[in-house]
Write a protein that binds this ligand. Sequence first.
Ligand SMILES: CC(C)(COP(=O)(O)OP(=O)(O)OC[C@H]1O[C@@H](n2cnc3c(N)ncnc32)[C@H](O)[C@@H]1OP(=O)(O)O)[C@@H](O)C(=O)NCCC(=O)NCCS
Length: 244
Amino acid sequence: MMRESDLSEKLNIRQEAPGDYAGVYALTKAAFDGTEHCDGDEQELPGRLRGRVEFIPKLSLVAELGGRLVGHIMFSPITIGGHSALCMGPVSVLPEFQSRGVGSALIEKGHAVARSLGFSVCVLVGHENYYPRFGYEPISRHGITFPFEAPEDCKMVKFLSEDGKDVRGAAVFPPELEPPKEQFTEEQLQESLQAIASLLGKCEKAQEKLEAGAAQHTLMMNRIRALQISKSLIEKAMGEGAGE
Ligand SMILES: CC(C)(COP(=O)(O)OP(=O)(O)OC[C@H]1O[C@@H](n2cnc3c(N)ncnc32)[C@H](O)[C@@H]1OP(=O)(O)O)[C@@H](O)C(=O)NCCC(=O)NCCS
């Protein structure tokens, strides 16, 4: 059902052109600004993904309203268990146009283009309350794994056609789409190094003591054994003497 303020009928959704790059940068920045899970540099992502040799221009779409860019979506090629697939993202709608069907229209159009290019599977990491309406389900139900940590319900897959249903296994993403790895400061690294050096020193001392203890133990055992032999020899000698 169409909402009263739904804009989808008025949108022109088309392939992004180089002349849109600056507008896409600005709208991505505006869309993600202050959102709960933003990394702060989402606006850099479209440029980085366009720079990859695998970039598919037909899968980067913009939504125009009266000649103004109001939304953008892109899909990048990945593999899942060696099969070719897509990853959706980023998807951005200008804040003042959100919740009026722009995101939905971009996603549906993107799926249609992806199907026409022969793709049968699409994954994403995103809001667990938003994407299920487009048929996305948790990857854990389908034997698919991602190489990074994210809340289970946010890692999702959609099968664009029946051909995709058998696709399972480990997904391999372009590094641009993987969440940033935790960075340590020089100070934190120095602290960790000192803590390790101190522990290592303690371990080495303990090891020396253990080795010294083991050597003394062996010496003592040999002495006891020598004394036992001497004792039994003396006892034997005494017994033999008593019998004479
Ligand atoms: C997420 C986004 C692309 C959706 O586009 P949109 O045009 O606002 O969405 P639509 O109008 O198609 O759909 C609106 C519905 O999505 C829901 N929705 C929008 N953003 C949501 C979010 N962050 N989490 C959950 N639901 C969301 C709305 O509540 C609304 O629900 P309703 O239909 O039940 O009323 C857009 O809101 C956006 O750019 N957000 C900021 C950037 C972002 O978070 N991108 C996605 C990263 S995973």
